[in-house]
Each structure stands twice: as C-alpha cells, then as structure tokens.
Design a protein around this ligand. Structure first.
Ligand SMILES: NC(=O)C1=CN([C@@H]2O[C@H](COP(=O)(O)OP(=O)(O)OC[C@H]3O[C@@H](n4cnc5c(N)ncnc54)[C@H](OP(=O)(O)O)[C@@H]3O)[C@@H](O)[C@H]2O)[C@@H](O)CC1
Ligand SMILES: [K+]
Length: 534
C-alpha cells in the first residue's frame, strides 16, 4: 500500500494532498453514515444495521454520492477527532473539516504539539485553524471524552511501529474507556497492519474506513475484531498501478476464486456424466475411539460432488459402520488396528481411485511415521493430509529427505498442528499466520490450509488467500474432518490443490453459515449439519 501511495504521488504526479482530500472525505461520509444507522437502530426503524453488528471484521459495502454528507439535525452530534502527527492525522483533519461543513460539532484533539506536524498534515492543520475548528492538545488541555457523541481515530496509520507510546497510548486508552463509538481512519491505532497483532493499547473501533485496499492485519484476528465493521474506500490510486503491483495476498471472494485461481464457481454437471466422471476418493481414516471422523470425512466428500467414496478402515470397524452411510463404500485396510504394514494395503486400495484423504481419527500407532512416508512417496494421486497424519509428519525427522510427491498435496493443520509442523508455539503461529503459512507452503511445495477464524490458504507458488466465510458455530468437533472431505471431493472432480483447498474452505464456511442460520443459536451447530447444508 505504501508503495502504491508513493508511485501515485511520484510517478503519476497526483499530489499527496489530493489523495488526502479523498481520504478525509471518505472518512467523513462513513462517520455520517454511522450516525444515521445508529439513529435508525435506536429509533427501531432498522434492525441489525450499523451499531447492532454482531460480526466484527465483516466487510460492509461503501455508499457514496452527495447525499453521503447530509445528516438531519447534525448539531446533535459532537465528534472528537484524535489526530497524530503523521499522514493518518492529516486524514483526520480533512475529515474534521467535512464533518464541520455538514453542520456537526467537531473538536480536534492533537496527540502532539500541533507545531510538530509536517508535510500535508501541517497544511491541513492550517486549513482547520482558518475555519476556526476548536482544538485541544493532549497534555496541555483537559479532554472530556464524556462530552462527545463519537470519536474519529486518526492517531496512527500504516506508518506506526510497535506498541503506541506516550501521548498516543494515553489517548487510545482514554478513547476505549469512554464507551463512545470510534471510527478509525485506515486501521485502528495500535494494530499491526501486516500481521493483525493487537498491541497494548489498541483502539477498539466500531467501524474502520480502510483506505484503497484491505490491509492484511484487518483480515486476520484479533485485528479484525479491533476493527469492527470494515469499509474499504477508493482514494484515487490509479487502476493501472494496482494492476502492475505484484499482489500475492487476497481476500477470498468468488471473484478471486474465478480470476486468480481459475475456479468455475458456477460449473454445471454434464447431462451425460456418470459416477465415474466425478472421481473416486479413498479415505484412510478412523479408529475405534474416533470412527466418526472417517465417516464425516467420507460423507462430506460425497456431498462435495465426488462420484464415489471408499472408506478404508480397520476391519473390526466394518460391521458397526456398515449402514451408517449407505452411499459410502467400506474396505478393510487391516485385520486389527492400524499398523505400519497396513500402508501397503492402502496403496493397493488406491488402484483405480483418484484421491487419497488421510488422517481424520487415525490415532497414533507404532511405526506411523514410516506408514505415512510410504503413502506420501508411493501414492501417485493428489492427497489431503489432516489431523493425526499431520502429527506423524511433524514427528518425522526430515520431510525434505522424503521423495517429493508427484501429485498435488494439501495439508490442513489447525494452529496446534501447524505449531508442531513448524516447531513453534501455537501463539507464535497465530502471531503471523499469513507469512508462516506462505513460507511453509513454498518451502515444502504443498498447498497449506491453516485453519481457524479467517483460514489462510497458501499455495506452493507463494499466493495466500484469506477466507472470510464461516460461523463461530463451526468451532465444534468434526468440522475439520468435513473440510478434509470437501477438499478431497473437489480434487476428485479435477480441481488442482490450490483450487480445491481455496474453494473447499470457502464452501465449508458458507455451508457453516447456512447451517448456523437454521439453529436458534450457532452454539448448537454440529459437524454433520455442515455436510447437510452443503
Ligand atoms: N502516503 C500517502 O500519501 C498517503 C497516506 N495516507 C494515510 O497516511 C497513513 C500513513 O501515514 P504516515 O506514513 O505519515 O504514518 P502514520 O501512520 O500517520 O504515523 C506515523 C507517525 O507516528 C509516529 N509513530 C509511529 N509509531 C508510533 C508508536 N508506536 N507510538 C507513537 N508514535 C508512533 C511516528 O513518529 P516518530 O516516532 O517517527 O517521530 C510517525 O511520525 C496511512 O495509514 C493513511 O492513513 C492516505 O492519506 C493516502 C495518502
Ligand atoms: K488510525
């Protein structure tokens, strides 16, 4: 983003102050829209909008036009604009001007002595002064947060480094403690825009007006939560430059699925297709205490469209599982529990089948690292590796010594499994999910699905996709087994590893949302509901 700003100003010649004017106006429009929605909600004329949002991090569409700056009885509003010394502060000063023009009461609160503002921010300081907008300076004047109806946070933007210091930290804490609604300019001050890490303190915004493009830190938790609703507003960066910029991180939308990944999201089935047209998944999963994992995975593969699914499982599980899902074929992979030599039988069962999904509910057993290595090296088809199979991978000394796989490989770790794979703590994994997933995927030539709210899909070529579909109700046992089945089902129909992983995660989330809507409360969602909602 900073490079695009720079090129717009230096190479195209659009002055920084012109961009800042667009930015400040966009922020003012979104503040006014916030005021309107808040009034609608409190008067009961509209429900579920604006301040009623229960989904922090949701992207909401922008509304523009001349009417966007009109508010009835604007004098009922008194907003404080907290301004830092950099360009983010300058954005806030422009917004203050537009809000004042709209008839609202506005007070600028400088974090630093206003004389220390430089560049475009200093120009805006003079414009605000010329218009007589009231000013307070932190440290010199008392700032009464209880006297305002809302706060614009223009303290720190993409130029911020580390935890907010001094006056910035004090103003952030006071703003959060005021209980007033906060609208942030670009990012909530105190957020790391790259990783989504939330410093102490960090603004807790109701709405964030993100400029030009969604910043990675807003697409990831906990950053998404600090941002509240997110509105992305154009600021005048030419499309030509955007196209030239080598962007490799994307929010996963249907458009991105189509254009960046080449997924045909509206694909029809051919009228003369038959079950063999749509592939055959072999699921190697399940053990006595966790047989359901294999069942969920197999059923999900069918619901995702795989023509046939065979579930390879320990022989003693066959009788109880027969009839549990009549559409799934069962095959005995071993006479008793899983053991090292049963890998050969799984390979045998793979003959004539198109995809291997391995891991859900397997448990750990003697020689399981060698068991997995045999499948990894010998299975010539695409493979999804999940759950205990990931732990086997993590426990094996050196993945790089294994024979490289000839077909696509998709790994689907949750943060704990990722931590074991990467030799880090779970907290370290969560601190910078996109970077970590990308590095692992590139280094090991796999597609990596790092699960959790805002799942990251990283491809061997270095692209990363952040998924925004899903429901908190999906935090339930078996949801991961369902995802593995969906991805395997898509692979069976000819999708590549990155296509199947990204489209699979996207669909899994949509199905979870649909399933959650059918319940009175998302907490009662169970994994099987996701399969039924597909
Ligand atoms: N480029 C453009 O033309 C456009 C940019 N735009 C806008 O500009 C924003 C980026 O602006 P920016 O680069 O001026 O940095 P910004 O975030 O305002 O603050 C940096 C200042 O804060 C300070 N500081 C840093 N860390 C700190 C900390 N932890 N705790 C305390 N202080 C800290 C640091 O001061 P220092 O410590 O270095 O003296 C520095 O002076 C961007 O997000 C968008 O809103 C748009 O208008 C479009 C056009
Ligand atoms: K900000």
């Amino acid at each position: 983003m900073r490079e695009l700003d720079r090129r717009t100003i230096e190479e195209v010649g659009i002055p920084a102050v012109a961009l800042m004017e667009n930015v400040g106006r966009a922020i003012a429009e979104e503040v006014i829209r916030w005021c309107r929605e808040r009034r609608d909600v409190s008067s009961g004329s509209r429900q579920g909008a604006g301040s009623q949002s229960e989904s922090p991090g949701d992207l909401v569409p922008a509304v523009q036009g001349d009417a966007a700056l009109r508010l009835e009885e604007p004098e009922r509003e008194h907003w404080l604009v907290l301004a830092g010394k950099g360009n983010n502060g300058g954005d806030g000063l422009v917004a203050a001007r537009y809000l004042r023009e709209a008839g609202m009461r506005v007070t600028i609160v400088y974090a630093v002595e206003p004389g220390s503002l430089t560049g475009e921010a200093a120009l805006q300081r003079e414009a605000a002064r010329a218009l007589g907008i009231p000013v307070l300076v932190h440290g010199e004047d008392d700032v009464d947060f209880t006297a305002c109806t809302g706060i614009v946070d223009a303290l720190l933007g993409t130029g911020s480094r580390g935890a907010p210091r001094g006056a910035y930290a004090e103003l952030i804490a006071a703003a959060n403690g005021s209980g007033r609604d906060i609208v942030s300019a670009d990012i909530p001050s105190g957020l790391d825009a790259d990783t989504g890490a939330v410093h102490d303190p960090c603004i807790r915004a109701r709405r964030t007006v993100c400029l030009a493009f969604l910043k990675r830190g807003l697409a990831q938790f906990p950053g998404a939560e600090a941002a509240g609703e997110i509105v992305v507003r154009a600021i005048g960066i030419p499309a030509l430059l955007c196209a030239q910029q080598n962007v490799s991180t994307f929010l996963l939308t249907e458009e991105v699925l189509r254009t960046r990944l080449g997924v045909d999201t509206a694909r029809r089935r051919s009228p003369d297709g038959h079950k063999g047209t749509y592939g055959h998944v072999l699921v190697a999963a399940g053990s006595l205490p966790m047989s359901g994992a294999g069942l969920l995975c197999s059923r999900a593969a069918l619901r995702a469209g795989s023509g046939l699914v065979t579930w390879a499982l320990p022989g003693p599980l066959l009788p109880p599982m027969a009839g549990a899902a009549p559409e799934v074929m069962l095959a005995s992979a071993t006479a008793a529990d899983w053991h090292e030599a049963s890998a050969a039988r799984v390979l045998e069962l793979l003959a004539g089948r198109d995809v291997l999904a391995v891991g859900p509910g397997l448990g750990r057993f003697e020689g399981d690292g060698r068991w997995l290595r045999t499948l990894w090296e010998e299975a010539a088809c695409p493979m999804v590796v999940d759950a205990d199979a990931l732990n086997m991978l993590a426990a094996s000394d050196d993945l790089d010594a294994w024979k490289p796989r000839q077909a696509d490989t998709v790994l689907t770790p949750h943060p704990g499994e990722m931590a074991r794979l990467a030799g880090l703590s779970t907290a370290e994994v969560q601190r910078d999910r996109i970077r970590l997933a990308s590095e692992y995927a590139k280094a090991h030539r796999v597609t990596l699905v790092l699960k959790g709210a805002r799942t990251v899909i990283a491809t061997p070529d270095g692209d990363a996709f952040v998924n925004a579909t899903g429901s908190p109700g999906m935090a339930t046992g078996g949801a991961g087994d369902v995802l593995t089945g969906i991805i395997a089902g898509l692979l069976a129909q000819g999708a590549s590893g990155p296509q199947a992983a990204a489209f699979g995660v996207y669909l899994h989330g949509l199905a979870g949302e649909a399933a959650a809507r059918r319940r009175a409360h998302p907490a009662s969602l169970v994994a099987g509901d996701i399969i039924e909602a597909l």
